[in-house]
Design a protein around this ligand. Structure first.
Ligand code: UT7
Length: 424
């Protein structure tokens, strides 16, 4: 057993150091978001389904959402958000050890993973990559994996992206679901630091007994795509809104309390709460349960609707842009959704350029990673600031507009003008 697992806790504050080797805390040094430019308002939805703008706003707090255009997809949104996060951190993509894309609307039905496509497109040449599906809780799960990888000393730099094109999984004849969701992506870069800061705690949970409350019934091994599944609209999101609502108003405040307690911080010391943006009524209910004023709760559900795994990183990014989250402040993020699943994390915000060990532009040594993925143990990195050119070169070469033509497994229709795909 590693020596640090014997660490003795004198107070709940020390909990954050449990199971963490010295010098292996995970701080967020970059953040970014990507949203389609197409806005779909509630008023426009009135012309598509039997609903009213007033019903949608009063029941959910949503006024409008973004919808991906024909050339946009989970991959393109994820890549844009990733680039923005890398730019904020001013980091060479070649330094990234791991790319995690949290999504349940991946680029392809099974493989390749969206994360591998992003890894290639951004030029993260030394990184591993995988998709993570924990539905709307996905980003918090991704944060937990990143923290654990960095905490265990396996990786130094991890890119976590939440990205969804929900519009492609929506039944536009089902007013109970199609008015709720939107498309988008958010990303954060986590880097190792010696200081006990960054991600302070993560709480994850699941109750699979509620799996049928929120699901996409077909397209998996239980009900592979067939004429019947397509005709029966079984490839779209089905939700028992009332039951999910009841679950959410309990799980959200409970997980926030647990994450704060594990980090050793009182709720009154949390500067900002960023809940999953599903419904303003769920958020208000949780704030009331926690006795937290709405001034300390970040919301943007009015502009984007529910973007599932993307909602928390988009909100994090906007909170920083709006000056509502500054260096040294504490933020608790919390997600909930399909699975059923939930998760919360307490984070001390550190900001960009915080002296993370590998953002100097100098040569770095990574024996473990290099043995696995590179030819030598010393890898020369481009100087900070030069990565933009590298990205553009890689991306241009990667796009192959021909690849991806064929039959859309969701609709059975032939794909005439697919969005640009990566070369296999
Ligand atoms: O991110 C994953 C987690 N997902 C969530 O957190 C979603 C949780 N659930 C919710 O947010 C809410 O349950 C909804 C917003 C989905 C629905 O709000 P509600 O207050 O629970 O409404 P309801 O389902 O009880 O429906 C009330 C009425 C029904 O009509 P009747 O049966 O009372 O005549 C629905 O048919 O509203 C009707 N309705 C609509 N009316 C106009 C349902 N959808 C619509 C609509 N426009 N779009």
């Amino acid at each position: 057993m590693a020596p640090w697992t014997f660490a003795f806790c004198h107070s709940s504050k020390d909990l954050r150091n449990l199971h963490m080797p010295p010098g292996a805390h995970a701080q967020i040094t970059g953040w970014g978001k990507a949203l389609p430019s197409k806005v779909l308002t509630n008023v426009e939805l009135e012309t598509l389904v039997d609903t009213t703008a007033e019903w949608i706003y009063s029941r959910t707090g949503i006024r409008e959402r973004r919808i991906a255009g024909p050339d946009e997809s989970t991959f393109t949104l994820a890549t844009r958000a990733a680039r923005a996060a890398i730019a904020v951190a001013d980091l060479s993509p070649a330094r990234i050890d791991l790319v995690i894309v949290c999504t349940f609307s991946p680029e392809f039905g099974g493989m390749p993973s969206t994360a591998s496509l992003v890894q290639h497109a951004i030029g993260a040449t030394r990184a591993g990559a995988f998709d993570l599906n924990a539905a709307c809780s996905g980003f918090v799960y991704g944060l937990a994996v990143a923290q654990a990888m960095i905490g265990a000393g396996v990786h130094e730099t991890v890119l976590v992206i939440g990205a969804e094109t929900m519009s492609r999984l929506l039944d536009w004849n089902d007013r109970a679901t199609c008015v709720l969701f939107g498309d988008g992506a958010g990303a954060v870069l986590l880097q190792a630091t010696d200081r006990p800061t960054g991600v302070l705690s993560c709480v994850l949970g699941s109750d699979g007994s509620g799996g049928e409350l929120l699901s996409v019934p077909a397209g998996g091994s239980r009900a592979p795509a067939s004429t019947e599944t397509v005709q029966g609209a079984q490839h779209f999101i089905k939700m028992n809104g009332k039951e999910v609502y009841k679950f959410a108003v309990g799980a959200l405040p409970r997980s926030v309390r647990q994450a704060a307690a594990q980090a050793g911080i009182a709720l009154s010391d949390v500067d900002l709460f960023i809940p999953h943006q599903a419904n303003i009524r769920i958020i208000r209910s949780a704030a009331e349960t926690l006795d937290v004023p709405m001034e300390r709760v970040f919301t943007n559900v009015d502009r984007y609707g529910n973007t599932s795994a993307a909602s928390i990183p988009i909100a994090l990014c906007e909170a920083v842009e709006e000056g509502r989250l500054r260096e040294g402040q504490k933020v608790v993020v919390a997600g909930f959704g399909g699975g059923l699943s939930w998760g919360a994390a307490a984070i001390e915000w550190t900001g960009a350029h915080t002296g993370a060990p590998n953002d100097t532009g100098a040569e770095v040594q990574r024996p473990l990673h290099d043995e696995l993925a590179d030819t030598g143990s010393t890898v020369p990195m481009p100087a900070a600031g030069t990565w933009v050119q590298t990205l553009q070169q890689v991306d241009t070469q990667a796009i192959d507009p021909e690849w991806g033509r064929g039959v859309d497994p969701r609709t059975g229709n032939s794909i005439d003008a697919p969005p640009a795909r990566l070369k296999p």
